[in-house]
Design a protein. Structure first.
Lengths: 421, 200
């Protein structure tokens, strides 16, 4: 055991506590009333939401800024997750890009309303569809989720859902439940046991396996309903809540090779039932505000980092799921040149059967679109070089050098071109 | 009973021998690296071989390490899973790691290194200054790179390598960007200048 191993292990444990505490079922041996000494079950704080079915969800259990009384069990749980949060805050996985953080924080604040200051948002560089909330208001957003959301409304739908778990204190109930059942020790042991084998990108995933069952349907429905109410209050079209789940379902169905265990989807099953419920709920919302989806704003916010996020997806080597994701992004029709480029990259890296032809064709499509990244020429040239089309390779690589003058590999490319002339 | 005891002892011996300790590479004395290369260090290093890979360090691999990946064959990842476990890097199973192909250009090999590190959980891996450079008397390549560990430590690195008889040999030096990378950089360069390929 080298000293280096402890870092990931501690991180996994921290993540386990955070995420574990987040994804809850909430059946407790202690009555909820006794445990939550200061729960307010009373009237919804969202007065501007019109009278309709969604109003049956009370939006407040906590006052803004409220922390559990120091003498309560819940304060102990908060202390644990406060500590775990410090690990997330300094993690190398954290995306520090100021603009992206400002964008996501703004949406969280709009959805959270008066509770804005209760949440700290951490964007982490992990390529899967996930977002989570801990009992102390630590919200983790995966870059894979930002990539998959088509618009602000879809982001707001999931953010609203997670905020609802916080407001209704589902997480705290679940954490208390684990401790009551002496699962805490087992949970920690489990987190340690898997630390030795876990890839970083799946830390959060694996950390939830041992202790977390799916949310109770009751809590899920509740959070779905709350989430819709919150997103509508923030002015977003509630139809998008069902749409983001449909997108996830499409991608999941494409995974012939079931490589991934996805904790978020395991605890938030994107079922037909959820889809129907969300659609039905969305129809009950009466709203006087103008509802929007915020597609351009979302796409502009992720644009500067989207290529990096897609590169992370490719590194997962889950090609069938990534192909489906790329298909969906093509349908969305934002920067199609970039999407075609990554299709080409996927085929080039996979290298099966007719993948080379598919890759060449994808690169050509990318080059036929506006705004093709210079890297298309590089990959196209490398592939042509591989299949012995030296002249075409040379021409593509020259175009690459022309378009990316300060390319980090320019000297090597020049040497390749000279070797071929 | 005797058989059971014997089996237990055998298992224990196998388990212990699986943990190869670091051995000392002394200043000025040539060392055979992973049965494939020879180098002559200008300072004392600790080194340890795991499969086709061999790690060299002075202050510990958390701070700096010079790793040789030797004789990487077609279809193989840079190193076996046991190597990544040994150096304490989060890792993936072999089936999920990118693999080498002798038809790869230096650019694709640099991409392979980036993908290997990314796949093992390192973040923001960016390489620069990829250029031709001889390696052990062969036509080779070099590049510099940076990445961040999952704990948030910024690291710097450089790689030199070559394809010899369709097999990849590559030496990768990484260190904490603050202090450690610079601390042994010149010792690494001296050591790599002394490198000779014995078998490939």
């Amino acid at each position: 055991m080298t000293p280096r191993s402890h870092g990931p292990r501690m991180f996994i444990l921290a993540t386990a506590l955070l995420v574990g505490a987040c994804q809850t079922t909430g059946t407790s041996g202690t009555s909820a009333k006794a445990f939550f000494q200061n729960v307010k079950n009373d009237p919804p704080a969202v007065s501007e939401t019109p009278k309709n079915a969604i109003n049956s969800y009370h939006l407040v259990d906590l006052k803004p800024g409220e922390r559990p009384p120091l003498s309560s069990d819940e304060a102990g749980i908060w202390m644990m997750v406060d500590k775990a949060e410090m690990g997330i805050a300094t993690s190398g996985q954290r995306v520090m890009d100021a603009k992206l953080n400002a964008y996501v924080n703004d949406i969280v604040c709009r959805v959270a309303g008066d509770y804005c200051k209760d949440f700290r948002v951490y964007i982490v560089r992990v390529p899967n569809f996930n977002a989570s909330m801990s009992p102390n208001g630590t919200m983790i957003i995966h870059t894979g989720f930002l990539l998959r959301a088509r618009n602000e409304a879809q982001l707001a739908a999931v953010v609203g859902h997670e905020i609802s778990h916080y407001l209704r204190r589902h997480s705290a109930q679940r954490a208390k439940d684990m401790i009551d059942k002496t699962n805490a020790l087992l949970f920690v042991q489990f987190a340690n046991a898997i630390a030795g084998i876990a890839p970083v990108s799946d830390l959060a995933a694996l950390a939830t396996v041992g202790s977390i069952r799916a949310f109770s349907r009751e809590h899920e429905r509740e959070a779905d309903g709350y989430g819709l109410a919150l997103m509508v209050r923030a002015g977003y079209d509630p139809k998008e809540a069902a749409t983001i789940w449909q997108r996830v379902m499409r991608e999941q169905r494409a995974v012939a090779d079931k490589i991934t265990y996805d904790p978020f989807l395991a605890t938030h099953p994107p079922s037909e039932e959820r889809n129907d419920t969300l659609n039905a709920l969305a129809k009950t919302v009466e709203n006087n505000n103008e509802l929007r989806t915020g597609e351009t704003a979302h796409q502009n916010a992720i644009k500067p980092l989207r290529a990096e996020f897609l590169r992370d997806e490719l590194a997962q080597r889950q090609y069938s799921a990534t192909l489906k994701l790329l298909d969906m992004l093509l349908e969305d029709n934002h920067q199609p040149a970039e999407v075609h480029y990554f299709q080409g990259e996927l085929y080039r890296l996979r290298g099966k059967d007719s993948d080379r032809e598919k890759a060449l064709s994808a690169y050509r499509k990318a080059l036929s679109e506006d705004g093709a990244p210079a890297e298309v020429y590089r990959s196209y040239g490398l592939l042509l070089h591989r299949i012995g089309k030296k002249d075409e390779a040379k021409s593509a690589l020259e175009s690459y050098l022309e378009k990316a003058g300060d390319a980090p590999d320019r000297e090597m490319i020049r040497a390749m071109i000279e070797g071929e002339s | 009973m005797a058989t059971k005891l014997r089996m237990t002892l055998l298992a224990a011996v196998l388990a212990i021998s699986a943990c190869q300790p670091y051995t000392l590479a002394q200043t000025g004395k040539p060392v055979l690296v992973a049965d494939s290369l020879t180098v002559t260090p200008s300072i004392d290093w600790s080194h340890s071989a795991i499969g086709n890979a061999e790690i060299w360090t002075v202050d510990g691999p958390l701070l700096e390490d010079l790793t040789f990946f030797t004789n990487v064959d077609k279809g193989d990842p840079l190193a076996p899973t046991s190597f990544w476990i040994r150096i304490g890097m989060p890792y993936q199973k072999e089936g999920k790691m990118p693999t080498f192909d002798p038809a790869m250009s230096a650019l694709e090999i640099a991409d392979l290194v980036r993908e290997t590190y990314t796949r093992n959980g390192q973040l923001n891996f960016t390489y620069t200054d990829l250029a031709p450079q001889p390696f052990g008397g062969n036509k080779g390549f070099r590049f510099d790179f940076t990445f961040t560990t999952v704990e948030g430590l910024n690291k710097q690195g450089m790689a030199v390598g070559a394809l010899v008889n369709e097999k990849l040999h590559i030496a990768i030096y990484t260190g904490a960007r603050e202090h450690y990378f610079e601390k042994y950089k010149s010792a690494v360069e001296t050591l790599l200048n002394s490198l000779k390929i014995q078998r490939g």
